[in-house]
Design a protein around this ligand. Structure first.
Ligand SMILES: NC(=O)c1ccc[n+]([C@@H]2O[C@H](COP(=O)([O-])OP(=O)(O)OC[C@H]3O[C@@H](n4cnc5c(N)ncnc54)[C@H](O)[C@@H]3O)[C@@H](O)[C@H]2O)c1
Length: 399
């Protein structure tokens, strides 16, 4: 079932990735890092998590532009013991620094069976399952979390303290897609409320409180107030656990000290991440593990269904189907996001090029000079990137 809405239209995966990468390069992100950043963002759209994909590009680049994110930051190791790494993102892009952290963790996990990293001084890093799926593709299990800007109130409070502190883990299977557990400990990811606000829609009752602690369906009032924790006191407890692992243990900012990506355009976010990587081969053969997961899935699917239910899905299955559809038809892109991309292109001197599907070839490259204003704002920005078009086949993204 195609999933685009009335306010969205499709664009090819490769085209989207190229445009995001070109814009990041124009914002002074080194080309290799820009490619990884684009991978992470577009993969979220491919997997049906548009709230954490291209729709966030504008704010990431605006924060680079404002000097609040260092596009060229190096990931530093502050401490190391056995399989433990204490890392400092040095205020770089969360996606890029987390991928670099994962590169360091994989050989450590192969050596020790388990490797754990905390990362401080980072930013919002998008959909957590992106990193978990990469680990699963290598026969490993990554359990990951992050803290975030205050959005969720402790049980009984009407003041935001926690981020929406997501928890994720992916498990390789023999089915061609991983089981993917990835959710915010708020009743919904805040991105859903931001998306509703962008579309001018109300949010369902039960999601949020306004500033006075009263239930609200107004997206703007909800963003000013607090999102409710998942499952009452249990979600609150889980949010606290993840705050301790991602914020306290990492040496990052804690709770309300984490800067808001949208509201605080005068300070860095100081987000912390927690990554725990298990090498399955240290426990059993990866093929045996996959077989056992597959058996588990079969058992779940064979359960007696509730009335009106035609199929029992496993976490990650819907995403996999969505990804197949999006690779074939292109990813749905909201009009508001498309408009932001156009404006970014204008500001950064990048040619706006997006095609609905990937098999359309781009027009012959044309030389194009940087507009004066953009050249001033982003001194040294590369316009090379804007002259290329996608020339390679779409590859399958970690979903
Ligand atoms: N970086 C951050 O600070 C941050 C904060 C919050 C959320 N997020 C991201 O936002 C995204 C969305 O979070 P969310 O809380 O809205 O997730 P969600 O409510 O959409 O739940 C997603 C989980 O439920 C599973 N699922 C969904 N439908 C299912 C079905 N019918 N049957 C079985 N399983 C099903 C999915 O596989 C996934 O594991 C996640 O990728 C998360 O990492 C990021």
């Amino acid at each position: 079932m195609p999933t685009e809405s009335a306010s969205s239209s499709r664009c090819g995966v490769v085209w989207a990735r190229e445009l995001v990468r070109d814009l990041a390069v124009a914002a002074k992100v080194p080309p290799g890092d820009a490619g990884r950043f684009a991978d992470a963002l577009v993969a979220a759209d491919v997997a049906g998590i548009p709230t954490h994909g291209i729709s966030r590009l504008n704010i990431y680049l605006r924060r680079i532009q404002a000097g609040l994110i260092n596009p060229r930051a190096r990931l530093a190791v502050r401490r190391r013991r056995g399989g433990v790494l204490v890392l400092d993102a040095n205020n770089g892009l969360g996606q890029v620094q987390t991928l670099k952290a994962l590169d360091k963790l994989v050989p450590l996990a192969r050596e020790h069976g388990v490797a754990v990293a905390t990362i401080r001084n980072s930013q919002h890093f998008g959909a957590v399952s992106y990193y978990c799926n990469r680990a699963a593709a290598q026969g490993m299990i990554l359990i990951a979390s992050t803290n975030g800007e205050p959005a969720v109130s402790p049980e009984g409070a009407c003041q935001a303290f926690f981020g929406t502190n997501p928890l994720a883990a992916s498990f390789p299977t023999g089915l061609g897609w991983p089981v993917k557990i990835d959710f915010a400990t708020s009743i919904v990811a805040r991105g859903n409320i931001i998306a509703a606000q962008k579309r001018g829609q109300r949010i369902p009752p039960g999601w949020a409180l306004n500033l006075e602690g009263e239930p609200t369906t107004d997206a703007a009032a909800a963003l000013a107030g607090t999102v409710l924790a998942l499952g009452g006191h249990k979600g609150y407890a889980l949010a606290l656990m993840l705050e301790v692992l991602s914020g306290v243990l990492s040496g990052a900012a804690i709770g309300p000290a984490v800067g808001s990506m949208y509201k605080n355009m005068n300070r860095a976010q100081g987000v912390g991440h927690f990554l725990c990587l298990l090498d399955i081969a240290a426990f059993m053969d990866v093929s045996e593990f996959k077989q056992r997961v597959d058996q588990t899935i079969q058992g779940i699917k064979a359960c007696r269904k509730r009335p009106g239910v035609s199929e029992i899905l496993v976490p990650g299955e819907r995403s996999h189907r969505r990804a197949q559809e999006n690779h074939e038809l292109g990813i749905p892109l909201e009009e508001s996001t498309r408009a932001e991309l156009k404006q970014l292109c204008k500001d950064l001197g990048v040619k706006f090029r997006l095609n609905p599907v990937d098999d359309l070839r781009p027009p012959a490259p044309r030389r194009r000079s940087l507009p004066r204003a953009a050249a001033h704002t982003f001194r040294g920005a590369s316009s090379q990137a804007s002259r290329r078009g996608p020339t390679h086949q779409a590859h399958r993204w970690p979903q």
